[in-house]
Design a protein around this ligand. Structure first.
Ligand code: NAG
Length: 265
């Protein structure tokens, strides 16, 4: 027990140490910078101006160096025939790098969820599973037993919390406006380090290529899922059920002929 308390104290002491160091380090950096600036200014007055090569502000992440003069700061995802397509101006010039990264994060994540949902709609309607869930996918969540629903909710919350800690700057409650919505400088939107099959390319060009494929599939899935969800809202049939329904209509068969009186089918 004592050992545990000591370990905790050491842990918390260690947790406080770096912040103090950081402050000291920052002030020493600041003073050197000021000294250097004074020296450089003195030299500049005496000698002709040296060639100053501006360094990139952000180091490359997965081979991507944010470049303000490129559409979307040079993030991949544009493809023929549309090329860079941004009619609503989510990435127009003047939008900050942080906002562009945040929008891209949202796009990639919505795309991934939509890809899963697209497969899930068909899979969920084909298999009734352990809880005997059936009918259109739109109406399946309500059929889940409460404990399973709670487990699902907690799992999603845990995954989202994990993603937040990977991609976002720690909140500073003393000056919260500075850290609100702030994405880490070294975070590549969507790269949460989950790659169980080892598909992530190491080379920058291949990475951009694969990222474009993922985003394009995600965009298609978002549209596809939205279409399936709307269709089910309209006629409350499964996707294959809708196909079957219209097959009957177009081949002259009454789709309602096997329906019992008073039962909607
Ligand atoms: C940013 O992109 C422009 C246009 O392609 C290019 O001329 C410039 O060299 C790029 N800047 C950096 C730092 O790569």
């Amino acid at each position: 027990m004592k050992l545990a308390i000591i370990a905790t104290l050491v842990g918390s002491a260690a947790a406080f140490a770096p912040s103090g160091n950081t402050v000291r380090m920052q002030s020493s950096i600041r003073s050197t910078t000021e000294d250097e600036v004074t020296e450089v200014a003195a030299e500049a007055a005496a000698a002709p101006l040296p060639d100053i090569v501006p360094e990139p502000v952000v180091a490359p992440i997965n081979g991507w160096v944010p470049n303000e003069s490129l559409p979307c700061y040079g993030l991949p995802g544009a493809l023929a025939p549309t090329g860079f397509f941004d009619p609503l101006g989510f990435a127009q010039s003047g939008i900050t790098l942080n906002d562009v990264k945040r929008n891209r994060e949202a796009e990639v994540m919505h795309g991934r969820v939509a890809m899963l949902a697209t497969v899930g709609y068909f899979a969920g309607e084909a298999i009734s599973g352990p809880f005997n869930i059936h009918g259109p996918a739109n109406d399946q969540l309500q059929q889940m037993p409460a404990p399973a629903f709670a487990f699902l909710t907690l799992s999603i919350a845990a995954a989202e919390l994990r993603r937040a800690t990977i991609g976002w700057v720690e909140p500073d409650f003393g000056d919260w406006t500075k850290t609100l919505w702030a994405i880490r400088d070294n975070y590549y939107p969507g790269d949460i380090g989950f790659d169980p099959l080892g598909l992530k390319p190491t080379n920058a060009k291949d990475f951009a290529n694969m990222q474009t494929k993922e985003i394009q599939n995600g965009r298609l899935a978002m549209l596809g899922w939205a279409g399936m969800c709307s269709q089910e809202l309209v006629n409350h049939r499964t996707i294959l059920g809708t196909i079957d329904f219209y097959n009957k209509i177009y081949s002259g068969v009454n789709p309602y002929e096997s329906c019992v009186d008073g039962v909607v089918c």
